[in-house]
Design a protein around this ligand. Structure first.
Ligand code: ATP
Length: 472
């Protein structure tokens, strides 16, 4: 059967990132039961079945299966997916009250709470492992434990955040995932019911999510982004017995430090960032002309590691004199080559330098604000977002130019070939991805005059912000 897309790569990747135990299930409802015959390798069971038996056959045996109304053992399963209506003895609560409720009234309430697709729209259902591209699915069913499912929810929420709502009607809870997903066009999660555990072999720790097939890319994209940020399954447990003060930027002691930096006066700390050669220095100078003093993290990193300062001593003790130039200053090129190859050594180097930068930064902030409690201080931090330093600043300004222009300006300024510029750019978070974190996006792709006009606009807004704070 010709399908509209090849699912193999994304599904294999998701299986790996989530460490799934069973196949994601492609789920499709067919308006004509004859359409089952067009699906390759499709098997029909020779006895009556339940919907959850079919699901488990797909996700654990990796079969392709199909069924129409006559294949189902009870009217319950087909009523959920719209293949048939419910007989009166179900509707009036009698069926539920035999086991699940104390009275028929409760049973009726129960039955009417189960989400169902409108009767008669579909005649058959087909299911198969999505990875084999069996057909173009409506939904994908994923079974996973709560920790894996949390990762899937986090992934779906990464972009265009929405609260994940979920329901559990109790028995027949496959309806909570499957029918709700059809009816609302959104992902729905549920806890597999008793019947699905007994007959569909859902394991004790499994949850089910049904998501529209069109949202698989969103889920995977979010998962990849979280993976890069260290959010992975299995979760690497940390710290039941440890002091987490330094792992938590927002721990209580961290908050105290933060308050000292952000202050209670009318100062504004503006984090200025961008990509390499996007124009941070150019913009910072314009802001300086308007009255904003500059703290430059690149400069601080040099100052704190000047010969015979504590950071310099620790670096030389750890890396040896091989990282010194003749005048005893650090050979930055050599150091960066060493730490590029060995991440552990990078961590070590950062542990010598970062606390000192922070200390210097805090000292400068104190100085500037002692002179002027209304200061608008710009702090230029090239890797502000990569290093997750957003919380230090009241506002973040991104100096933006498209990536291609970044390469051009970098080649021209540093007189380097295109390939080298591309390598440097590839090692940074793409500038497009930084846009979502900025309060101000300053487009520096036009003339310097145009940039200056935007800088003046930002300045006006910051002043206005201070005025409103004073009045509040
Ligand atoms: P780095 O990341 O290397 O510190 P940066 O972000 O501070 O760089 P700048 O040094 O300000 O970037 O600018 C990079 C180059 O682009 C410089 O040569 C600068 O003169 C040039 N440049 C900046 N803005 C513009 C502009 N609007 N039009 C043309 N050239 C510009």
């Amino acid at each position: 059967m010709k399908t509209n897309r090849d699912w193999e790569k994304p599904v294999r990747r998701m299986e790996l990132l989530m460490r799934l135990k069973s196949f994601p299930v492609a789920f499709k409802l067919l308006e004509k039961q004859e359409a089952l015959a067009d699906i390759p390798f499709l098997r029909r069971m020779t006895h009556k079945v339940t919907l959850c038996q079919l699901i488990t056959i797909v996700r654990t045996f990796d079969w392709t299966v199909g069924a129409d109304l006559n294949d189902f053992l009870s009217p319950m399963c087909p009523s959920i997916i719209g293949l048939a209506g419910l007989p009166e003895v179900f509707k009036d609560g009698t069926f539920r009250s035999i086991v699940w409720t104390k009275s028929r009234k409760d049973g009726q309430q129960y039955e009417s709470s189960i989400p169902r697709l409108p009767t008669g729209r579909y005649q058959a259902v087909a299911m198969a492992p999505l990875v084999y591209n069996p057909f173009d699915p409506d939904l994908v069913l994923i079974y996973a434990n709560p920790a894996q499912m949390m990762l899937l929810i986090n992934s779906l929420q990464f972009e265009d955040y929405e609260v994940m709502e979920f329901y559990c009607v109790g028995e027949s809870s496959c309806s909570d995932a499957i029918a709700r997903c059809y009816l609302k066009g959104k992902p729905f999660l549920s806890i597999p019911c008793y019947g699905e555990r007994r007959y569909g072999h859902a394991q004790d720790d499994e949850l089910i999510m049904a998501l529209p097939a069109g949202m698989m890319d969103k889920a995977l994209k979010g998962m990849e982004a979280l993976y890069k940020r260290g959010i992975r399954y299995p979760i690497s447990y940390a710290g039941a017995e440890m002091d987490l003060t330094y792992a938590f930027p927002m721990s209580y002691s961290g908050l105290q430090q933060l308050e000292e930096i952000r202050g209670k006066d009318n100062r504004i700390l503006l984090g200025v960032t961008g990509g390499i050669a996007s124009g941070k220095t150019t913009v910072a100078r314009m802001l300086e002309d308007l009255g904003a003093p500059i703290i430059d993290f690149d400069l601080l990193s040099r100052v704190v590691a000047e010969p015979n300062k504590p950071a310099w001593k620790e670096i030389v003790a750890y890396f040896g004199e091989q990282v010194l130039l003749e005048d005893k200053t650090l050979d930055r090129k050599k150091l960066s080559q060493i730490v590029f190859r060995e991440p552990e050594k990078r961590k070590k180097l950062e542990s010598f330098i970062h606390p000192r930068i922070y200390h210097e930064f805090a000292r400068l902030i104190k100085d500037f604000t002692a002179q002027d409690p209304q200061a608008i201080i710009q702090v230029v931090v090239p890797l502000l977002l990569e290093a997750n330093l957003q919380h230090l600043f009241h506002k973040i300004l991104l100096v933006y130019i498209p990536q291609e222009m970044q390469a051009e300006r970098l080649m021209k300024r540093d007189r380097i070939p295109r390939e080298m510029a591309a390598n440097i750019l590839n090692a940074q978070l793409p500038i497009e991805e930084k846009k979502g974190y900025a309060d101000f996006i300053l487009d520096n792709s036009g003339t310097l005059e145009e940039t200056k006009r935007q800088v003046e606009e930002v300045w006006k807004k910051l002043k206005q912000m201070q005025k409103e704070r004073r009045q509040a």
